[in-house]
Each structure stands twice: as structure tokens, then as C-alpha cells.
Design a protein around this ligand. Sequence first.
Ligand code: 73E
Length: 839
Amino acid sequence: MTQPLIPIDQCPIQIEDDRTGTNVETLKRAFADNLFYLQGKYESLATQDDFYMALAYTLRDRLLSRWLKTTKTYMEKDVKVVYYLSAEFLMGRHMGNSLINLHLYDRVRQAVEESGLDLDEILEHEPDPGLGNGGLGRLAACFVDSLATLEIPAVGYGIRYEFGIFTQAIRDGWQAEVPDKWLRFGNPWEIAHPDQAVEVKLGGHTEMYHNEKGEYKVRWIPANRVVGIPYDTPVPGYDTNTVNPLRLWRAEASDDFNFDAFNAGNYDGAVAEKMRSETISKVLYPNDNTPQGKQLRLEQQFFFVSCSLQDIIRTHLLRHPSLHNLHDTAAIQLNDTHPAVAIAEMMRLLMDEHEMDWNTAWRVTQKTFSYTNHTLLPEALEKWSVGLFEYLLPRHLEIIYEINRRFLEDVKRWYPGDDNLISRLSLIDESGEKYVRMANLACVGSHAVNGVAALHTQLLKQDTLRDFYRLWPGKFINKTNGVTPRRWILMCNPKLAELYNSKIGEGWLKDLSQLKQLEKYVDDPDFCQQWREIKLHNKRQLAQYIWEHNGIEVDPHSMFDIQVKRIHEYKRQHLNLLHIIALYNQIKQNPDQHIVPCTFIFGGKAAPGYFMAKLIIKLTNSVADVINHDPDVRGRLKIVFLNNFNVSLGQRIYPAADLSEQVSTAGKEASGTGNMKFAMNGAMTIGTLDGANIEIREEAGEENFFLFGLTAQEVADTKAKGYNPRDYYSSNPSLKAVIDRIAAGYFSHGDKELFKPLVDSLMYHDQYMLFADYQAYVDCHKQVSKTYSDQDKWTRMSILNALRMAKFSSDRTIREYCNEIWNVQPVPIEMEEYSQENA
Ligand code: 73E
């Protein structure tokens, strides 16, 4: 007799099922099983990739019951969900994070060792998913971690780029870009859901028609359709059952269209069409802080926005009869203007596809959306030519014109006769060729607009977005960025985490303010000794990496002075170089003078089309070549450029830093988040009053921060008065000697042309005012060296920095967004007994 079938969702999952069990024996069995059945390999023939894949599946299995339960709970409880729309998610490796969040690190290490393998080697085998450029993409990754940890219902929506940020190689001192084929061996963390594919329209024209009620409606007849396939990656919270999805869309050709061409005998045309559609999610644009006005980029933005909004609407309609209350179930955050076309797409979906009238649709849209601005650089504000917009998104352009018409009518009523105000606020820039201003669209269509650090928000209000601030002061709000302490302390600095745990337990991982309790140890010689040993250990490990990758021997006892971030003139990596050359000049003048031995470490990618940034990389490597090999230096200065800076390399670097270089021109760096990661790991900061540096200094105490340079106001005033960099050059012999050395070809084998563009740009423009800040920076470094020579004092300052960084946990940031922008509450996920016990 056969047993009656049990409905599938009532099937009990056994304790110690091979897919859920977490004791060492079960883990070993599951690992071997996955190697055999999923990788199709005997252990003796398996590669490191096979081991990595088998272990990844073992962990993913253990996330699934929580993941499904999370989704089920959200559906049943009809909760409000945060939808975080971002063109970039720079997640970093998943495996270490899953081990931590599942509390499985030790048991999996044992299981792997008992299988005769090395866990660290397996961890190193995971490709770093580089679906972002820098701070903006990494912020999105820290935010989804905090959302899950705080048990907030949330979905991250983005693009599943087939090629992420390029791999940076250094050839002859220059950056070379190598494609990032991160999906080569498959991606074990994601699950595709082709059943939830959505269609996206592009191009064509619009037409009017009468609906059944006799109303005038508009219909969009597209020239093209593509299909978005969602791929979900689990984002587990720390110490909770919550597992939220990161849902990334892949573009695929629509079958209808292929068939038409195919059936007409146009095989080549069908294939070309297919390739064109699938290009949309092929590659991440490698620009940070400079927009690319390319058609494909606009197609990418619209593609993932349209997929995501249709998905959000579908989810809402599963539980509600209409979309009038969408803002009660959805809070949609725009991560910069990259997804800002969502304002128009939401209006289109509500009106054209769901029969809503304009006023209701506009109310729902505004209540649903909020917008984060990330930049003050005027050239970084996105605008799309009206011609391109009309070609690709004809219906959206109509909607934007109508939003604009209504908006400007209001403005005219509020401020009659102020035509300049109208032209500044308009969604359309009409000063020359016409452009759609995406930041204006995002401001008008959102109920909240935020900057990412206190100074940044203040400058938005008084400068970049001041006209909007005048209209709606209540819309503007600051949300200082943060980073997740799980990845940026626990994962990357396990010895430091262990020291904290031994004193106060593990509570600090969810409440970073608990670290303040440790301040009582700041004068405890034992604690200070342990602190120094941990730093030295981390520095040794980085020194080993440098030896293996750059063949440069560095002294772990030297001061590790580090600047890692995207290469950009406003971030002023070249100011750092000017200082290094000044030190070198001193040594050349007097080889016996005492200087504090220092290892200067650089890392960061340049946008492939950004010539000056690439020249800065070349200069760094050229200066390194000369100084590292000059016998007069006697190894007291070492310069290292670490290639391919990414999340994984960051995890090695931040814990090993003594000094963190945060030297952007005041008023240019919106926040910075690397500054937070360094300080949390006990690095001292040398920095300007820019972005979140200001708040880091406030928290650490001004006596524990090396401040230099003009303030944002002084930068503006100096510019207004007519800044002439040559005055600084002529009146400062040290600066002159540095510039002259570069210009004379000292670092380029006598070639005076190589660095001329950089030298000329500084001498004749110096847009970012390196010369104005040069002397203050050099003097501040003297202060740093003096302090570093007093190791007791330095250690004390380092400890206080690390312990006082609670404000910069992304948990704090996310709590503020939840309470002040999104109006969402935590929804704990209850699991059956077995998984609690196993956890
Ligand atoms: O100051 C950083 C900030 O910490 C800012 O430059 C960066 O965002 C970080 C997180 O808030 C940023 N990236 C971009 N704009 N601002 C950007 C622009 C276009 C493409 C890619 C990235």
C-alpha cells in the first residue's frame, strides 16, 4: 500500500537532514554529496573550484529554510517592504559572510579540515562579485546587510551584470583593464526565477485611444521588447532568522520578436536582435562620479527600474485589490539618480496599465519614493538628452513634460515673475541642447531627499539643490552613511573581534555603542599590548601579501600610511605623492636625518576613459620605482601600489593601517565610507573637513584626528577671489622643488613630457587646490610622525578611534531611514525549533 501524499509545504524537514543539519559529520557528508552530485567529481579529481562550489551549495542549503520562511511571513503578515533600487551592489564574497551569519565558521572549518582541505584556500577561491564601482555600490551592500540584521522586510533590486567592474592589472606602471568574468564557473549563491520574468518595452511611439469608459488614454507602441529574468541571492541577517533577497535582473531577448524575424527567414537579423537585447545586462559602466551619457546606460537604468516596479506592483496586487495604497506596502529608495526614471515609469504603470488618474497616481508616487543624493560634483549630476530620451522612452518623456508643466505652474503661483527660478527648477535644461535633469525629477517625485553626511546635506541645501530646499525645506534630511561591522570588523579583523568578545561578549556586533565600555582599558598596559600585537599581526599579513604580489619587502614595524579608493583628482592621491616626494627630497639633501620609517600604500581603479586618473597611477608607480630602489633612502620609505583594489583586498588592508588618508578637497567628497572602515579598525585619520571626516573627528575627539586644509567655505572663498596656484609654487621652495623634480623627468627616465599634463594642470588650474593645501598637509604629517614615535600615545589614540565609531555602523543609518523616511518596522521571523537549536 502506498502512503497518502503529504502536501509539499507540510513536509517536515528532518533534524540533521543532509541539507539542513549543522553538526560536523552532517556537514562533511553534505559537502561530499554536493561534490559528487552537483559538481560531478570524485574528490581525487576535484579542483579548488569544485570544493568551493560544493561548500557554497552546502551553505546555501542551510539558508533556504529561513529564506522561504522569511518570504512566507512577509506575505502572510502583509508587511510594508523597503525596495532599495540601485544600479550597483558591491557585495564582496558571500561565503565568509554566510559562515558568520549562520554561526557555522568553526564547525565548517573542522568539517573541511577533516575532509583533508583548507578552509582559507577555499574561501580565497570565491570570485569577488564586483557589481559596483566604489562607495555607492558598497553602501548598497552594507545597507542590505543591516536591513536583514534589523529584521526589516526589504528587497535590493539591481542588475545582474555579466561583467562586473574590470580587473585592474598594472603594466609598465599603467593601468590595464581585464574583463571580469565572474560567472565563469557559475554562481552557486543565486537562484533564477524565470517564472517571474517580466517584459520591458523600449523605443517606438505613443498613441491616443478611447477606453471602454470613453476616456482618453495613451498607449505606448514599443519598437522593441526585452525580458528581465530575476536572479535572487540570499542576504542573511546576523543573528536573526531573516534572509532577504537581493533580486538582480538579467536581460534576455523576447521570443516574439525573434520568431518574427526568424520566420521571415531573417536568421542573422534574429540573432543580432537577440544579442542587442542581451547586451543590456552585459557590463557595468566603470565610471564613478562621472556619468556616461550613452544610450546603453539609459537602457540599463530603465530596464532594471521597469522590471523592479512591475515586480513590486505584482507583489502588492497579490494581497490588495488596487494600487491606491501602494505607499502602505512599499517604500522605494532611489540610490542616486541612476534609477530616477522610476518616477516616470511608476506614473506610466499606474495610469496607462492600471487605469489610475493623474492626481491619484502622482500622490501615490510621491508617497512611495525617496531619493538619496551622493554627489556635489556638478559634472556628476545626471542629465539625458531629450532626443535620446524621446527615442528610447517616448511615453516617459511625455509624462516628464506633464510633471514639469504642473510643477512649474505651482512654482509660478508661489513665486510669480521669477523666471530664473523657473529655469533652474525645470526638469528640462533648456540652456542649449535640451536635457532631462534626473536630480530634479527625483526631487519633485519623492517625499524625502537625503544627503549622506552632515556637511553634504548642508551643501545640498545651500548650493546644489537650494531652489528645491526653498520650496520644500521639510523634504531635506541628512542620513550619514555607515558600514556593516560584521564585514568590516568581525570578518576582516578576527583577532580584534576576539579581543572585544573576550571583554564584553558579542553584543557589540549588533550594538556598536557597547564598545564604549572598553574605554576603561585605554590605559591598561595589557590591553594596549594586545592591541599593538593585533595591529602588528595584521600588518605582517599585509606585508606578506605585498611580498607575494608586488615583490616588495616592507617592514611591518614601519608606519603603514594608506590611501585606497577610486582614483579621482578630487580625492587627491597626487597630494599624497607630493608629500612623499617632499620627504624624499629631504633625504636626498640630508641622508642621515631621522625620519619615521613609512610604507605608503595606494590602491584604486581609474575609470578607463579618465586620462588624468590613469596618469596619477603611472606617477605613483614611477615614484615608487625610484624611491624604493634609491640606496640613500635605506628602506625608510617604501611605496606600494596594490593592484585591483576591491572588497576582498579592502578586507586585508583596512585592519593593517596605521594612518588613513582622507584628503579630498573640502566640499567635494559627499561622505566617504572607507574613512569609517579604517577608523573602526584603529587607524588614525589624516584628513580635511570633508564628508563624514567631520563627524568621525567629532566622535573620535578632535585630539584624536590629524586635521589639515581649507574648509569648504574657504575653498569657495579662495576660488571666488581668483585662485592662482603659481603663487604658491613660487613662494614655497619645498613645493617648487617637488614639482620641479616631476617636471624635470626625474621619475620618468628624463622624459619631461610624460607627466606634463599633470604638472600643467596643477600649475595652471589646480581645480582641486592641492597647492593651497600643500604646506598644511606636509606640516600635519610632521605631527603624525612625531605622534607615531610615541607608541603609547599612538596606541591610545588608535584605541579611542576604534571604540568611538558606533555612529558609523550602517545599523544606525538604516534605523534612521526606517523611522524617518520609510516608516517601516522590524518583522521577526519565527522558525521551528530545529533550526534554532542548530543555529
Ligand atoms: O562620497 C562618496 C560616498 O561615500 C560618493 O562619492 C559616492 O557615494 C558614496 C556613498 O554615499 C558616489 N558614487 C557616485 N556618486 N557618489 C557614483 C556616480 C555615478 C556612477 C557611480 C557612482
